[in-house]
Structures are given as C-alpha cells and as structure tokens.
Design a protein around this ligand. Structure first.
Ligand code: PRX
Length: 662
C-alpha cells in the first residue's frame, strides 16, 4: 500500500480557465481535459498518425521523414522520423529571426542584480553563426564532439546552438565539476575543442573556470583548441596556439553560417549522468525526437503562448538547462532567461525580483530551492509584483506537500498552475506532469503521463504489472517515446543492461512510484544507489571511488539520507588501512571531503563522514547499505533482518560511533 498522503485535489485556477482574461489578459490554455485524454489515447495507440502530424507541425524539415517510429526497447534500435533531415539551430533560431527579428530570445540576468542584457532573435542568429564559423575554422565538423564548460552566461546557449548549427555534438560539463571530472568526460567523448570562460561569477563569488580547464587539459592530448569567453577580464594563464578569445574568434567571422542538415537520428548532444555503478555514463540524445519532446512539453506543460517570458532557474550543465532553458523555449520562439546567480544572492528575494523585473510568465525551479526559501520566510516574497506568472513548476526530486503548498500560496497566489514535472536525463523531456488547463493537481503528486508515455508500475521482484489503483512498485515505460536517449556513448551494451534488461520489454526508470486512488502517479525516489542532493544526481559508487583514492582509506560506503532542505544528503562511512595513522580526526575528515571535491566537484561533498573500524557485510562480502542508511537516518531501531550479516557485532559498534558523532 502506498505511503502517499491524503491531500486535497485542486481545481484548475480560475484565471487559467480563460474566464477573466479580459482583466488579466491571460491566454486560455491550449489543452483542456477532454483534449488531453483523447490525445493521450491517440499518442499511444495511433503512434504513426499522432506523432507524424506533430512531427510535421512542430519541426521545420530539410528533408521530410517517411517513417514515424522504428525499433523497440529490447533491441535498443529505437529511431524516430529516420529518413528526416533537419537542423536544430535553424529550428531554434532562424525561423524566429526571420519571423520576429526584434523579439528578445534571451534575457541574461547576471550575478549582480540589474546587470545583464537581452539578445534578440536577429542578434542570436548572428552570434550563433559567428561561433559556428569559428568552430568550422578550428576544423570541427559534423559528428565531432565539443566540450562546453561554461557558467550561466548567454554564451552557454550560443555555444550549444553553434555546435548544433554545424552538426557538432556538444557535451556540456556542469561548471561545478572538478578538473578530474572534466578531464574524464573530455577524453571519453574524444573532444578536440573545449569552450570555457576566464572566470565565472555566482553569488558574489568568483570561480576559476579557466584554471580548472587548464588543469584538466594537461591530460587531454587530443584537445587542440580552447575557446575562452571573457566574463570578468581577470588575468588568466594562456597557452598560445591552443587558447583563443571567443570575442576575437567570433568577430573574425561572417555573421551568417548555413545550417548543416543532419539526420533525425544524428546525435545532438552527450550529457554525462550518474548511475548506480561505475563511471558516469555519456547519455546520447539524437536530434528530431529530442527537439519534438522538449518543444511540446514547453508548449503544453508550461502552456506557453507567443509573448511568454520563460524562466528556468536550473544550470545549463544539467538536462533541465538543456531542455528548458535552451531547446524547449527556443523551439517555441519565446523568450528564455539565463540566470547567473543564486536564489539568495544578494538576498532571499532574488527570484522574485527577477520575476517582477522581467515580467516572467513561467517560473521553473527545484524543490530544494523552494524548501530553502520557505524556511527563510514569506516576507522575502511579499512586495514583489508576481502577477505576470501563470505557471510555476518544479523538477528534480519529489516535492513534499508542504513545500508545494507554500509555492502555490506565496508565489502562485493560488492563481497559477503548479506543475510538478517528473523526468530524467535519459528521458529528455517531461514524462509525468499536469497539463495546466486539463489536470487538477495534488500537492506532492506528479499526476499524469505526457503524450506518448505509456507507464507501468511493476512488482520489483517478479516484474509483473501492477494493475489498477492504490498500488506501488517500480516505474517503467512500455513503449518508446520520441525524446528518449538512444544509447550511452561508446557502450551500447551498458545502455541495454541498465535500462532495458531489468524488466524485459520495458524501459526501467530506476524510480519507485505509487498510483493513488484517483490514478495519479506519486514518485517515491530512486530504488538504486543513486542519490539526489538538491536535485543533483550523484552515484554513491562515484563518491566511494573518490574516497578510496585517499592513501589512508581501505574501504568506504556512501549512502543518501533524508535532508529537510536538500532532499537527501550524503553520508560516508570510511574504514582506514590499519597501517595508516593520523593526528586529528577532524583534519582527516576535512581531507576526505577535499578528496571528493577535487575528484568530482564541490556539490558531491559528503555532509557527514564517519570513520569506522568495519563495515557491515554479508557472508559473501557485500556491504549492507540498508543498515548504514538506517543508522545515518537515525532509524537504528528499525534495522530489520540482520541474519545475513557476517559479523553482527559490527552493527552495534557502528550504532555507538554514530551516536557519538551525531
Ligand atoms: O529520481 C528521479 C528524480 O530525479 C531523477 C533524474 O535525475 P536527473 O537525470 O539528474 O534529471 C533531473 C531533472 C529532470 C529521477 O530518476 N526526479 C526528477 N524529477 C522528479 C524526480 N523525483 C520526483 N519528482 C520529480 N518531479
């Protein structure tokens, strides 16, 4: 039986029903309840007809497709619109540059309030073209990978679109990753060009972006060029021949670059994400299906209309930034915001100042920010004109009903649609989310599937489908949808093993979910060893392999534990080599944290590290993380069955160690 809570069901806000739109000039939502239902049915039963029509309407094609969908999960040969050819940059930029050249494409809200700029579609076309031509000059051609290591500046979007314009495959590495992580990703995707800045700015602090890149590139012999955006103008080290200023390289180029048509199934980008085992996987998204998924979810889940100003506060280094800062909004020809700062810089009103200043119509953030702002108090929201907002969304982790209610009342003023959107790096676009004009909402529930997403809840052990309502199991998808990832870079077998093998015939999400009495879906969180800290996905295995690189560590086990603000936090149990001696435990713990920061990045740093003698293991030597999770969650009284433990005394000792530390 599901643990979801009894919560009220909210009707669609009156102002979204178009009833008083004379007063508020709010457009009527595109989709009502009946249309959602009939479209959903058609999307999974009349696949060719439904998706063929949307494919033709949504994308401008250089060569039309003949086939709509090909392939299946088991073979992993899924292809959408295979004969079609198109260009992503043309679809996101040129068509609007010709239709509405002076419309703002990008609003950049810089770290310091009031700084920043706006870029029109006409300007975007020139800037994207110049950078695309600069990349061509560097020898980059269709299919080549380009690493983008940029903070939240407009050049991040421009870089992506410039790659797409010439058919190059971008791979953005979140600028919070360390030099080691950047090096591994650069090598894994064979990149010859890296795009970065001299420095980054965030929350009043400066980030030494270029020097991180310099350190990474020491071990990337294939990288020939580093294109550097001047953000702060500080002195940075310069490697003649390799390093080039972005503004100089761009200024030397013609401001038009013909878009290169690519196949629907050519890769648009690679984005690395964490799994439960091994090193991060380079998830590959292809062009047409991904663009269609992001375009349609922006249109329908955020219900965008022509003059909308869309603000997604994620970082472009994660999938949310790719799909809902860059591709989705620009595929719809609306205005998108790039936000360089944090929700609390210089004050906890920053988000609301941004909304008021730019008259934002859709606002999208992570539950962790909402929980943080809720804790800081509603006075920070009051006094800001948020009346432009129509849709407010969340993504990245389950939102607790209290945070949902706070968001609805204080930010949405109970007059906005609150859309809790469930999806993943691998899914490319929203999978489960309410439609603003069609779906009644429930605080905490992701609600209903998007078109084309045929969900199944499966019994985790038998794999049997759980029919009906009031059931809980693992979440899977029954048939391919357009925006799904196609493979893992260089390791298709891993793609099949992780997603397609666990439950044959289904795509396995790795999440647990429940269906409530009304048929609504509630996401329960990961059922594997993947943590979600502030909406950042981190594999426990990655942190363990960082810790083990410290000379004193013999073994470690990392678990995610519930955290009021960040959703989960990371707790590491570390056993030391008997020969290793140290003076102060505090100093050692600091070293270990530094080890993780250096190896992965600051966002992966454990909140708690416990030095222990032994880890609880089964007789076959497997670490029993379940026990570690319970102890770290202060639930040591609910350890369950311990009969498979090799040495039960380890647990008693651990409980004692935990109590001393916590
Ligand atoms: O566990 C789910 C959680 O985030 C995971 C995907 O992480 P990532 O690939 O980094 O993408 C995050 C942005 C899409 C999922 O497996 N997750 C994402 N959205 C939600 C969520 N959990 C609950 N509710 C959501 N709305």
């Amino acid at each position: 039986m599901a643990e979801y809570r009894e919560v009220p069901i909210y009707d669609i806000p009156l102002r979204l029903q178009g009833k008083d739109d004379k007063v508020h000039k709010r457009p009527k939502p595109h989709i009502d309840a009946a249309t959602y239902k009939s479209n959903y049915q058609a999307s999974i039963t009349k696949v060719d007809e439904f998706w063929g029509k949307l494919g033709r309407e949504t994308i401008d094609w250089d060569v039309p497709f003949k086939t709509v969908r090909h392939g299946d999960f088991e073979k992993g040969d899924v292809a959408w619109f295979p004969e079609g050819q198109l260009n992503a940059s043309y679809n996101c930029v040129d068509r609007w540059a010709y239709k509405c050249p002076d419309k703002t494409a990008i609003i950049w809200e810089a770290d310091e309030p009031g700084q920043g700029k706006e870029i029109t579609y006409k300007e975007l076309l020139s800037e994207v073209s110049q950078v695309a031509n600069a990349l061509l000059d560097m020898g980059i051609r269709k299919g080549d990978a380009v690493i983008v290591y940029l903070p939240m500046i407009p050049e991040a979007a421009i870089a992506l679109l410039a790659c797409a314009r010439i058919g190059a495959v971008h791979s953005v590495v979140f600028a919070g990753f360390s030099a080691d992580s950047l090096r591994d990703r650069t090598v894994d995707c064979d990149a010859r060009v890296v795009i970065t800045t001299d420095e980054g700015k965030r929350g009043g602090r400066t980030i030494a972006t270029k020097s991180i890149v310099d350190a990474a590139l020491k071990e990337c012999p294939k990288v020939e060029h580093c294109l550097v955006v001047k953000r702060t103008g500080s002195n940075v080290e310069w490697q003649e021949g390799r390093d080039k200023w972005w503004h100089e390289a761009a200024a030397a180029q013609r401001p038009y670059c013909p878009p290169v048509p690519v196949s629907s199934e050519d890769p648009l980008f690679i984005l690395y994400t964490s799994g439960s085992t091994g090193k991060p996987k380079g998830v590959v998204h292809t062009t047409a299906g991904y663009l269609l998924g992001t375009a349609l979810t922006v249109k329908h889940i955020f219900d965008v209309h022509e003059d909308d100003r869309f603000a997604c506060m994620a970082d472009v280094g994660w999938i949310t930034g790719h799909s809902y800062i860059v591709y989705g909004p620009l595929m719809n020809g609306i205005t998108t915001l790039i936000f360089e700062s944090t929700p609390v810089y210089p004050t906890a009103s920053r988000y609301w100042e941004v909304v008021a200043r730019h008259k934002i119509t859709q606002f999208y953030t992570a539950p962790t920010s909402i929980r943080l702002l809720r804790r800081l108090g509603e006075e920070h929201v009051q006094g800001h004109d948020l009346s432009s907002l129509r849709i407010i969304g969340t993504v990245g982790e389950p939102i607790n009903p209290e945070a949902w209610d706070w968001y609805n009342e204080n930010v949405g003023k109970k007059e906005c649609a609150v859309v809790d959107t469930y999806w993943q790096t691998e899914t490319g676009a929203h999978m489960i989310a309410p439609f603003p004009g069609a779906t009644k909402t429930k605080p905490g529930a992701a609600t209903v599937p998007f078109w084309g997403v045929e969900l199944a809840l499966l019994d985790p052990t038998s794999g049997q489908v759980l029919e009906g309502n009031e059931v809980e199991g693992v979440l899977a998808v029954k048939q391919p949808w357009p925006s799904m990832a196609r493979t893992i870079k260089g390791d298709h077998q891993r793609f099949l093993d992780v997603y397609m093998k666990p439950y044959p015939g289904y795509y396995f999400t790795g999440d647990g979910a429940a269906r409530d009495k009304d048929g609504y879906i509630w996401i329960k969180g990961r059922v594997d060893d993947v943590c979600n800290v502030s909406g950042h996905r981190i594999g426990t295995a990655e942190i363990e392999s960082a810790l083990i690189q410290h000379p004193g560590v013999s073994e470690s086990a990392v678990v995610g534990v519930p955290d009021e603000v960040t959703g989960q936090s990371i707790c590491a149990y570390v056993a030391l080599k008997p020969s290793f001696s140290y003076d102060s435990e505090d100093a050692l713990v600091k070293e270990l944290v530094l080890q993780v920061r250096r190896n992965i990045g600051p966002f992966a740093a454990p909140k708690m590290i416990l030095i222990v003698n032994d880890l609880p293991k089964t007789r076959s030597g497997k670490i029993m993380r379940r026990i570690l999770r319970k102890i770290a969650s202060n639930e040591a009284d609910q350890l369950g069955d311990l009969s498979s433990l090799a040495d039960p005394s380890v647990v008693e000792k651990l409980k004692g160690d935990w109590l001393k530390k916590a």
